[in-house]
Design a protein around this ligand. Structure first.
Ligand code: HEC
Ligand code: HEC
Length: 341
């Protein structure tokens, strides 16, 4: 189970990086010259924090893109892009070991990763887990690839490829997967109008009545926090126990990280285990299906919501219409993010 594997890897990332640089002293015969690449976040986005030792460069982003699409990293013929497909907002219709594959868009603003937030830190930390633990990338095999060896020597000034260079490059590419051009972004920028239903749905989403915005915060649509939203009254699958599987605390049962909602209309399976197959089902859950377990998030049962949201069928439809304005066709069609030639 992915959640359990991540538990083992979550904490020790920094020391692993340090170890890598000790094992991999700087090469003496090359000077690294990188072309700075400026990531300009949309004006209505929060400040973007990027680690000082991995500032964006044209070269490392390019290398990261090659790696993202290369099956060489795995031991069973998979590439990252095999489960994180651009056409689906960098996720897939298939579940992996009963878990919904999380999309890759705007991960640059995440402070933790995975459904149960088992990885804390930067994108570099998340990518280190991906190559070192999830893929268990065979470094010997990667070092035998002369193209990658040359590129890593040139762009990192080291003599061999370790998990650090792989994760730093992947992090650079994934940081450029920015969704900024949904219909809703265009509306915020004053470029277009929303339809009546979309606008009503948006008003509900951001009102105390619909009450989605406390957790799905605009514009990244997540608060980076864990919540028990009352999906279950009994946790029949280990997976459904969420953050409890890491902390062992009963108060963490059923807690999951708020997912970002961009491109959510493209997802075939919704929630951590894909239990819902449509946005209508999700909205109905929030409307009438919340289990009032002892550690359910107070937001889910605040005054006025004791008996659910009491939305009319028209209002439910309007929230769905708003969620559909979060689809970013520009991101899906961006050829600078697709399989490199
Ligand atoms: C076999 C399918 C599969 C492959 C291949 C795969 N992933 Fe994933 N990925 C998943 C699943 C499933 C999750 C959600 C796991 C969880 O939360 O427990 C996920 C989650 C992630 C996340 C967390 C996103 C978030 O919002 O927290 C990142 C980052 C990620 N993957 C990066 C990668 C990278 C980089 C590669 C290649 C090195 C890769 N993945 C390959 C299935 C896959
Ligand atoms: C208390 C915080 C909170 C509130 C309030 C909230 N959500 Fe969520 N939302 C979450 C969390 C956490 C999950 C993931 C739960 C899981 O998978 O176990 C989620 C999942 C979702 C998903 C599935 C996304 C995916 O990728 O599978 C959708 C859609 C969604 N919420 C929409 C809404 C709407 C619409 C509202 C308002 C009616 C709302 N949420 C209110 C925290 C919240």
């Amino acid at each position: 189970m992915v959640g359990l594997i991540t538990f083992l890897a979550g904490v020790s990332t920094l020391s692993a990086c340090k170890k890598n640089s000790e094992d991999n002293p700087p090469s003496t015969d090359s000077t690294v010259v990188l072309t700075p690449y400026e990531i300009i976040p949309p004006a209505h986005f929060p400040v973007l924090k990027i680690p000082d030792d991995n500032k964006p460069s044209v070269e490392r982003i390019k290398l990261g893109r090659m790696l993202y699409y290369d099956t060489l990293l795995s031991n069973d013929g998979k590439a990252c892009a095999g489960c994180h497909l651009q056409s689906k907002g960098f996720t897939t219709d298939l579940l992996y070991q009963g878990v919904t594959v999380l999309p890759h868009e705007n991960l640059a603003w995440n402070t933790n990763f995975m459904w149960n937030a088992s990885i804390q830190g930067t994108l570099e930390d998340a990518m280190l887990f991906e190559v070192q633990t999830f893929f268990a990338t065979n470094l010997e095999k990667v070092n035998q690839n002369s193209t990658y060896l040359q590129l890593v020597k040139k762009y990192f000034g080291v003599n061999k490829i370790t998990y650090k260079e792989l994760s730093y490059s992947l992090a650079q590419f994934v940081r450029t997967l920015i969704s900024r051009d949904t219909k809703y972004d265009r509306f915020i920028r004053g470029e277009i109008e929303l339809s009546y239903d979309e606008l009503q749905g948006r008003n509900l989403f951001f009102s105390e009545r619909g009450d989605c915005f406390h957790c799905h915060i605009n514009p990244v649509m997540t608060d980076n926090q864990l919540h028990n939203i009352g999906l279950d009254s009994l946790y029949s699958k280990e997976l459904d126990k969420g953050f409890f599987n890491l902390s062992g605390k009963v108060s963490d049962l059923g807690k999951f990280r708020t997912p970002n909602l961009r491109n959510v209309a493209l997802r075939k399976h919704l929630m951590h285990d894909g239990r819902f197959g449509s946005l209508e089902e999700v909205v109905e859950f929030y409307n009438s299906g919340v289990h009032k377990v002892s550690n359910v998030d107070p937001i889910m049962t605040k005054p006025g919501k004791e008996n659910g949201l009491n939305l009319s069928s028209q209002e439910k439809m309007q929230i769905v219409a708003f969620l559909q304005t979060l689809t970013d066709l520009t991101l899906l069609a961006d050829t600078t993010l697709s399989t490199p030639n």
